[in-house]
Design a protein. Structure first.
Length: 301
């Protein structure tokens, strides 16, 4: 009887160890949550990086006092509205004013020739130029063509899968492809008085050196242009007639001398990807290309 009882108990214990697949459902659910959280974190990081970049540009253009610099005041207000943490804002201000690190406000401009014909200018604010150029070169290397090599009767043959064998990104003089100008972006709402307001602002801008303007499609934004040395005066003149709270941005920009739009779509996408990667680097302040007009058109679509 004892032997039989032992056998029964042993059999029962064996039956207790069974496999279950219930955890796989929870695991898949967690993976999906993780993926969504990761995507949200990336998007949030991009928003924070852009806010820090805009703060830096505003401070470089008009100083760090929001009471004097209306553009900075508007940017700070917008950053708080979209939930940028206070610490991030304070860090961006400290970095732009040089309070973090003795060389934190070193301004460097890199010129790049991309894909054989696209000029790129990268404006950076860095406390370590060696680190910055290393990071930029890493990004450039990511957007080089895929090249395969093989041998035929002792000769090494190279084949590029890109549209052109010259599809590489390297440091090269390209400033001659751009004009450096001042630009003030103003928000002019779509109302019955919009045209007259645009004219009033144009007259004020023209009185202090303003040369041109452009109304952006499907937007409240109107851009006014001037020589770089007239930027401060034009910003003040526009603020007086339109109100400082309507000035979205005021900065010196690099605009392509010749707007070329007959590029292949694949090339435009590569330049867009490279530009996004560069703007994601914390040392990069602004990135300009000779096909920005085409990139903006793609973004609008």
């Amino acid at each position: 009887m004892r032997i039989g009882l032992a056998v029964v108990r042993k059999s029962c214990l064996r039956r207790c160890f069974t496999q279950s697949h219930f955890l796989s459902s929870g695991h898949n659910k967690w993976s999906k949550i993780k993926d969504k959280k990761g995507a949200a974190d990336v998007k949030k990081s991009s928003v924070y990086t852009k806010a820090a970049r805009d703060i830096t540009v505003a401070i470089r253009s008009g100083g760090s006092d929001p009471n004097v610099n209306g553009t900075l005041a508007n940017i700070l207000k917008a950053a708080k509205a979209i939930g940028v943490p206070k610490d991030n804002i304070e860090k961006a201000i400290a970095r732009a004013t040089g309070e973090i690190g003795k060389d934190a406000n070193s301004y460097v401009v890199y010129e790049v020739m991309a894909y054989g014909s696209v000029g790129v200018i990268v404006e950076c604010l860095t406390d370590n130029g060696t680190r910055t150029i290393y990071k930029l070169r890493e990004i450039f290397n990511e957007y080089r063509p895929v090249i395969y090599s093989f041998y035929i009767i002792g000769y090494k043959i190279l084949i590029s899968l890109s549209p052109s064998f010259l599809c590489s990104c390297h440091l090269a003089p390209v400033k001659y492809m751009f004009d450096k100008i001042g630009r003030v972006q103003v928000s002019v709402p779509q109302t019955a008085e919009r045209d007259s307001r645009i004219e009033t602002i144009l007259e004020a801008a023209g009185s202090v050196g303003g040369e041109d303007f452009e109304i952006l499609e499907d937007s409240d934004i109107v851009e006014y242009f001037c020589p770089p040395e007239s930027l401060d005066g034009m910003t003040k003149a526009i603020s007086q007639v339109s109100g400082s709270d309507t000035v979205v941005s005021s900065e010196s920009i690099f605009r392509a001398k010749d707007a070329v739009n007959d590029f292949e779509e694949s090339l435009v996408e590569k330049v867009m990807g490279m530009k996004d990667a560069l703007e994601g680097n914390e040392d990069c302040v602004r990135v300009w290309t000779t096909i920005d007009s085409r990139i903006c058109a793609n973004d609008d679509e």
